[in-house]
Design a protein around this ligand. Structure first.
Ligand code: FES
Length: 169
């Protein structure tokens, strides 16, 4: 009888040891999975389009191109990179907007709007573009590149990524 009790105690002790070791292992695996998931999740996270709010549509003058400067924030895994950029915005009716990439399509110089000539002028190789971005003169191989635009809640938003190249000359 006494021997049987001893065997029972030993087997009970072994059983408890197995249970404790198993629970410890399970908790360790869960914590490792959660921690690993937390630190690796930026790598798997789907990149979102970063639309930028350029302000109220009513603040844009019809027929007059306006250069808007803005900050682009890009998430790269664990860090956020900021860069300055700009776009030329034009609208004929404050409903439909065109946003031009600010770099000339020849060699990337910044161009400007001439109120007198009503054309965009690139000083690098004396190119000119019409108000709708078409090449009027000079060496550029295509019209000005555009950014996607949309109007949400009375605000103009642009996606500062050239998705379609300007029409070739
Ligand atoms: S870079 Fe604009 S004309 Fe050459």
């Amino acid at each position: 009888m006494e021997e049987k009790d001893l065997n029972n105690k030993i087997s009970r002790r072994s059983f408890l040891t197995y249970v404790i070791v198993s629970l410890g292992g399970l908790m360790g695996a869960i914590l490792t999975g959660l921690g690993g998931g937390y630190f690796l999740s930026p790598i798997w996270r789907k990149k979102e389009d970063s639309w930028i709010d350029l302000g109220l549509v009513k603040d844009f003058t019809e027929g007059e191109p306006l250069k808007i400067n803005f900050t682009v924030r890009k998430r790269d895994a664990w860090s956020t990179i900021e860069s300055k950029s700009s776009a030329w915005i034009i609208t004929a009716n404050q409903k439909d907007f065109i946003a031009f990439d600010p770099k000339c399509t020849h060699l990337g110089c910044p161009y400007r709007w001439s109120v007198e000539k009503r054309q965009f002028l690139c000083p690098c190789h004396t190119a000119t573009f019409s108000v709708d971005g078409e090449v009027v003169s000079g060496p550029p191989p295509r019209a000005l590149d555009r950014y996607p635009t949309k109007v949400v809640g009375g605000h103009l938003l642009i996606l500062p990524q050239v998705v379609g190249k300007g029409k070739e000359v």
